[in-house]
Design a binder for this molecule. Structure first.
Ligand SMILES: [Zn+2]
Ligand SMILES: [Zn+2]
Ligand SMILES: [Zn+2]
Length: 338
């Protein structure tokens, strides 16, 4: 089994794979690597993938056959395994644990060549619904602390399959980035007794210059102090800490907004590589002295990061980011794109 190790200085966890790669097996950035040409995720090859966990499919069709619209399957090379116990232990001064969790491939469409932004309303609703189903199901597992849903588009953003997919990674520890957001939100709430995200939404709507789009239920904007140029957030206006409580009306609104922002990025940058990820509440299993105010202080959101720049030694060494386009200008370009 793979192993999780804790960096005791910074409190973040890393996964160490049991089958160590030799130097020659690394694909260095910038060298040509082809995506798989024959696609195992296409309809008709269901019996060659791990058995599906759930699918949204045409009535009357059975699991692991054609007829699906979206399909969640376990990863081919899982980093985390679902069976077993956590095996938390100390080695000398260090902490480690077993790599318990889940990794899934969320196939977004039976159509191999379609891009996420072109899925169309009915299909994007099915994708959002699949996200919701998987979160509702996995949050019941008390060993899992966090479930991250994310997408890699383009080889430079970590894409492996040429078929449109998103991924799910459920971890037995809280990822550091999420913990930082939760801690910041909790601190603000302790001080002001208001949700920081609701305050940000109000302020962004008041000022207006960083807003990309606003619909009945959602706002999309470029954060005031974003880390990357053209970074965009989609956030629901209705306060809620967990994505899985999204209503069907909100799913429709969210799907349209996501496709629209991705289309705008495509128009401006001609299919840039990008990642998006969903930041929702951690599994709300009672933890001592912990999530008392989580329902009030955290607010789920989706972050979209187009991969336009390579990080330099300055960013790596300092965690200090440089925005070569201001969030105000980025929002204006995005608003003006068709
Ligand atoms: Zn395919
Ligand atoms: Zn809020
Ligand atoms: Zn976030």
């Amino acid at each position: 089994m793979h192993e999780l190790r804790k960096d005791i200085l910074l409190g973040r966890w890393v996964a160490v794979l049991s089958d160590s790669k030799a130097p020659s097996e690394y694909d260095l950035p910038g060298r040509n690597r082809e995506l798989e040409s024959s696609c195992i995720l296409c309809p008709g090859r269901e019996n060659e993938t791990p058995s599906e966990i759930i699918s949204v499919r045409k009535p009357g069709t059975s699991n692991d056959t054609t007829g699906w619209w979206t399909r969640a399957i376990p990863s081919f090379k899982p980093l985390f395994q679902i069976e077993g116990d956590l095996g938390r232990r100390g080695i000398g001064i260090y902490d480690k644990m077993n790599s318990i969790g889940a990794n899934e491939i969320l196939i977004e469409s039976p159509d191999h060549n379609i891009r996420s932004e072109d899925l169309g309303l009915e299909q994007v609703k099915r994708v959002m619904t699949l996200y919701k189903y998987r979160l509702v199901d996995l949050e019941k597992d008390s060993r899992l602390r966090y479930i991250l849903i994310y997408k890699n588009s383009g080889k430079d953003a970590g894409e492996i399959f040429s078929h449109p997919v998103s991924y799910l990674m459920a971890t037995p520890v809280l990822p550091k980035k999420v913990k930082d957001e939760l801690d910041g939100a909790k601190q603000y709430y302790n001080y002001k007794e208001r949700c920081i995200f609701c305050d940000i939404i109000r302020e962004e709507l008041r000022v207006g210059e960083r807003i990309i789009l606003e619909t009945k239920s959602f706002v999309a904007f470029c954060p005031y102090a974003a880390k990357f140029p053209f970074e965009s957030w989609i956030i629901p206006k209705r306060h809620n800490c967990a994505f899985q409580e999204i209503t069907s009306e909100e799913i429709e609104d969210m799907g349209l907004m996501l496709m629209s922002i991705l289309k705008k990025l495509r128009q401006i940058f001609n299919e840039p590589p990008f990642n998006y990820f969903l930041h929702t509440a951690p599994n709300m299993i009672p933890r001592r002295n912990h999530w008392h105010t989580l329902g009030e202080d955290f607010h789920w959101h989706l972050e979209i990061i187009p991969r336009l720049v390579r990080m330099s030694g300055f960013e790596w060494g300092s965690g200090f980011y440089i925005l070569s386009t201001s969030p105000e200008n980025a929002a204006r370009y995005l608003r003006e794109a068709g």
